[in-house]
Write a protein that binds this ligand. Structure first.
Ligand code: FES
Length: 111
């Protein structure tokens, strides 16, 4: 029974995202990527490739909650290796999806 409840909780889970430097905070559904979540906050991120990890312009710095995001996949790792000014906290907003019950803080780099 508790396993079912936990599964149901995950399905309907939400995460909190704070977008710096404006400090806007929004609640978004689990599985939404940072690009979409940042748009919900009313902010925009530069991008040219339509979220396919090809341009690297959607880079953001994850200031809090790194572990609450999806894992870095090979395509993102490869693109970040080619982007100038990458920080150890950098993620591609189009590739990082939100988990549940997280408090994520990101800082926009190219906006
Ligand atoms: S939108 Fe181009 S890499 Fe994310």
């Amino acid at each position: 029974m508790s396993g079912f409840l936990r599964t149901d909780k995950r399905r309907n889970g939400k995460a909190w995202l704070t977008v710096l430097p404006a400090g806007k905070r929004v609640e978004v559904a689990r599985g939404v990527n940072l690009l979409e979540a940042i748009a919900v906050a009313g902010e925009s991120v530069a991008q040219r490739c339509g979220g396919r990890a090809r341009c690297g312009e959607c880079q953001v710095l994850v200031r809090q909650g790194w572990r609450g995001l999806s894992k870095v996949r090979q395509a993102e790792r490869d693109r970040l290796a080619k982007v100038q000014g990458v920080d150890p906290l950098s993620r591609l907003a189009c590739q990082a999806a939100l988990g549940i019950h997280n408090n994520i803080v990101v800082e926009l780099v190219n906006h």
